[in-house]
Structure formats: C-alpha cells, structure tokens
Design a protein around this ligand. Structure first.
Ligand code: PMP
Length: 362
C-alpha cells in the first residue's frame, strides 16, 4: 500500500506505527478475546489504557500535581461554552462579570462569540483589521481588573499564526491549543486551563483534553449540569460516564510514539526544521509564493501561502494530489494553500513538498 503525504488540517496524519498497532490489536486486544472497543470502560484492560494516557500527558507536558487532566467529548467547540460556564461567576459586588479575549483569528472569533453569552468581553487585541496576520508582543499584554480569565488561541489553524511566547497576566490564562498541543514544551504553570481537540497532534477525533488548575474547579456555579461541570470529571478521573474509549486508546499510542521520538524537545526541533524548510521555500521564491503572516508569528503547524492567482493555486493543489500530497487546499473561508505539518508529518513529506514547489514555479 502506498500511503500519501497527508497535509490535512484535521483530522490529520497519524504516525504509521500507531495505525499499525491499532490494526494489529483491534479485533483481539492483547489476547483478551475481544476488541477494546467492545470492552467495558470499567474493565481492567481499559482502565490500564485510560491511566496510561493520563500519565503520559502528565509526563510529556510536565503537568504539576495541582492540575487535573480531563478527557471530554464535544470537541474544542464545546469548550468555547463550557469554559465561561464554569469559570465566570457573577461578581458579589454586583456589576457584570468580564472576560479578556485576544481576537487572533477565526478560532478565537468563535471562542469569543460564545464567551459573550456569559459575560462582557474585553477584546485585548483585535487582529481582524489586518486580516489576522500578526500578534502583539506577549509581554506587552495585561489583563483587566477583575477579569474571570484571559483567553488566547495558541495556534490559529486557518490563518497560520502561532504565539511563540505566552502572555503572563494576572487573570488565569486560558488557551485553545487544539492545533499545537504536544508540538513543543510548555510552561504549564503559566496557564489556568488548556484545552485541545485530539484530531491534529493527539489522535483521531472524539476526545478533547482539558488541563485545569485545581483551584479553578471551585468556581463552577451550582446550576451547571453534571457533564458540563469540570469538577464532575476531575473527581471521577474522566470516568463519570462512558469516555470515548477508542480515541483515548489511540491517544495513548500517539503519546507513546512522542515519547519514543525523544519527547517534546525533540519533536519541537523537528517541527521547527520542517516549518523553516517551507518558509524558506516561500521566501526564496522571488515573490511567487507569499506568506501573509508576520515572520515572527508564523505557525510551525499550519503553513499558509498564496500563489500569484487562484487559477495557479488550483493547479498547484491538483498537481500535488497527483504526486501523492493531499489536503493542501486552504480553509474555504480564506482560500490559498495550507500545509498542515503536525508532529506526525515526516520530514520527507515536507522535503517532497519543497521540491514540488520548486518544480511548479519553474
Ligand atoms: N480551535 C482550533 C484552534 C481548531 O483548529 C479547531 C478545529 N479545527 C477547533 C477549535 C474546533 O475543534 P473541534 O472541531 O474539535 O470542535
């Protein structure tokens, strides 16, 4: 079987050894005589997988003891509402609660739109006037007095920009890391809450990882339904109800693979090399390819670029697919080309794309 190089933004390419392991174990899980997806989530087989997945997250990201790791459903999208539902409480002094948000791109915009349903939102940075091509210096940012939390989107998957450093603000820092979690080491202590859908760097879709500082669990108003209350999941180690067992199993295998690669430092170095090769190909093309994003905040995960016209972009994408490189079409809202090069994209895939870019323009 010839596998293509898959540049989809998510669901995205997974490490081949992980897919092969799943294939090997799918029907008869480690000699148990049944598949893990047919096994009770209270069984010893599943329990070991669940515990291993959590401990690998703790180990790889060096998550301190005073943070809980949660496995939830609903995607990152559910977190857009669940975060304010849990973290915003009406000020005892009266007045309205407030949230600080950075409007860095399409995903931040969605998070902002739900946050507004729970509190007054202060837009700390608004990148929409520059069509989302830059970010402010993280060190220049402050939270506003009394803000329930300060929200960033660490990597904008559609516009291809990424915070390289994180704001250090008084309010708890909350980050949507859907498209760059596990791509680099993180100063977890600087965050109050991190969330990420799995389907880019963690595994198949179906599980959303939330890492939350335990003191924030005390904020949830009493009328929040059980599933939507973070404390429910923290207290039951994400076994309050049936978790997405297949996705968590696959996630545990992806994390084992990251560990085998040398952990997040090694993975980050490789991600940097891959992204640099593409940005050099763009910048060295005498203007044929153009990346609209400010050099300092170009994403290592989603490399976006334009060609001189849309017709050339269409031919570029179609030709790449014929050559075994799929998923290069930019998001339908912005057009252009986007190469998503998450952890599992091998360097050879990027080298092949760079060679194709060179050939295409000559
Ligand atoms: N945030 C970001 C940064 C994303 O890239 C995505 C998905 N592409 C989402 C949120 C939404 O995630 P989900 O589809 O898991 O709800």
């Amino acid at each position: 079987m010839a596998r293509v190089y898959n540049f989809y933004a998510g669901p995205a390419t997974l490490p081949l050894p992980v897919l092969e392991q799943i294939q090997k174990d799918f029907v008869d899980y480690q000699g148990a005589g049944l598949s893990l997806v047919e096994t009770s989530h209270r069984s010893k087989e599943y329990d070991a997988v669940h515990a291993r997945a959590m401990s690998l997250i703790r180990q790889l990201l060096q998550v301190p003891e005073n943070y809980s790791i949660l496995f939830l459903g609903g995607g990152a999208t559910m977190q857009f509402g669940m975060i304010p539902m849990n973290l915003v409480s009406q000020p005892a002094s009266g007045g309205t609660a407030s949230i600080d948000m950075t409007l860095s791109g399409s995903w931040a915009k969605k998070a902002l739109s739900d946050a507004k349903k729970f509190a007054t939102v202060t837009t700390i940075f608004d990148g929409s006037d520059g069509s989302f091509t830059s970010l402010p210096a993280a060190s220049s940012l402050r939270s506003t007095a009394g803000a329930a939390y300060f929200h960033i989107t660490s990597n904008e998957t559609i516009e291809g920009l990424q915070w390289k450093e994180f704001p250090r603000v008084e309010a708890p820092l909350v980050a949507d890391m859907s498209s760059d979690i596990m791509s680099r080491p993180l100063p977890i202590e600087d965050f109050g809450l991190i969330y990420a859908g799995a389907q880019k760097n963690l595994g198949p879709a179906g599980v959303t990882v939330v890492i939350i500082r335990n003191d924030l669990l005390d904020r949830t108003p009493a009328d929040v339904p059980a599933y939507l209350n973070y404390r429910t999941h923290a207290e039951k180690e994400s076994l309050y109800n049936t978790p997405p067992v297949f996705s968590i199993w696959a996630l545990s295998l992806v994390l084992e693979w990251i560990l085998d690669q040398g952990g997040l430092g090694a993975v980050a170095d490789r991600n940097r090399r891959k992204a640099s090769a593409l940005y050099e190909a763009i910048d060295g093309s005498s203007g044929y390819y153009r990346c609209p994003v400010d050099t300092a905040v170009r994403s290592d995960m989603n490399v976006v670029f334009r060609l001189p016209d849309e017709e050339s972009e269409k031919r570029f994408i179609a030709g790449a697919a014929e050559a075994g490189m799929i998923g290069l079409k930019g998001h339908r809202s912005v057009g252009g080309v986007r190469a998503s090069i998450y952890n599992a994209m091998p360097e050879e895939g990027v080298e092949k794309l760079v060679a194709y870019m060179r050939d295409f323009r000559s």
